[in-house]
Design a protein around this ligand. Sequence first.
Ligand SMILES: Cc1ncc(COP(=O)(O)O)c(C=O)c1O
Length: 398
Amino acid sequence: MDQAAFVKKYATNRLHTNSLKWDALGVRYGNPDLLPMWVADMEFQVPTAVTQALTARVAHGIYGYSFTPDTYYEAFLNWEQQRHQLSLKKDWLRFGTGVVNSLYAVINAYTQPGDGVMILTPVYYPFFDAVQDNHRQLVTSELINDHGHYTMDFEDIEAKIKANEVRLFVQCSPHNPVGRIWTAEEESRILALCAKYQVLVISDEIHQDIEIDPANHPFVSALTVADGRFQDNVIVLNSPSKTFNVACLLNSHVIIPNATLRQRYDDYMQRYNQTEVNVLGQTAGQAAYEHGADWLDQVLAVIRSNYQYLQTELAAKAPKVVVADLQGTYLTWLDLRAYLAPDATREFIQEKCGLAVDFGEWFSKNDQGFVRLNLATDPKYVHQAVQNIIECLNKLTE
Ligand SMILES: Cc1ncc(COP(=O)(O)O)c(C=O)c1O
């Protein structure tokens, strides 16, 4: 299927479906008519095989207590092996009702109130909440921003681990919002640093499948780095939700290779979180892992061409906008500070451009003047958003 045919078949109007992205604009932004480019989900219907599997399950009409079938494990383990050369064992896997929910759980399971938990900013804002809501000490290290190419500041990270007795490091890989896929070298270095100071690593790999240029920037799981040398000190969180647009089916994975850490997690969950699995989430996940690869490849092609369009148009017509290198995730990160005072960004984007975006200061207090736009959508929305930004920026300088 070519791209236009794919978009025609799968892109869908989401208004009046209780969509957070489309139907909560009045509440969240004070204006229901903005074009929503925020919230990391897609305007594309799930793979047809997923709809069919869900339809068949729903037709049965009973949703009583269920367990995870071997076929689910097989589908997910095969996916990780084939797509990422990641060999997982069934025993390592636990289920959650969302990656953020599991992040809260692991922070509680492995640290005590007051313990230092480090994150690299700017970062997906629930990371701040997960640390602070649980009364842990938030320790941040700012990524180094070299004209839209972001890297880790290893010296700063090491100094802060030492100074704050950091116990847990939560990484985002690929990193939302700056779009980096950390290389094997970067991952080796950060994981070695954490091992040196006995800092447990939580790797949020929910965006693992959204690779923009896999030939040059392949996703590297923290579990495969250095032939798995750091596996005993890493817990990976992931799920089918970003990959296959099934966030609200609430089915996610907690992957714990080390037996002692697993026991600690199980003890914690035994006390605080005795949930069942989500039967529809697992039905969808299994079908997606078994049959969704082609659909994903088509979605990736749309995301790539949306990104290329945005880059090319901005370079030609608003060249001082800095567009971060997009290697992973479908979220593009724009620096508008060459055109705007940072505190004028919000009004400019909402009032002038008519857009709802994620604002930079949500990801780091230092990043007012940046915006994050979601590219996993119908190209017509990306075109409109980009043209609105260009037109309004150019009016500023007229
Ligand atoms: C890095 C990251 N982690 C977690 C989530 C949310 O995961 P979930 O809906 O499974 O809680 C997102 C959603 O945008 C994300 O970008």
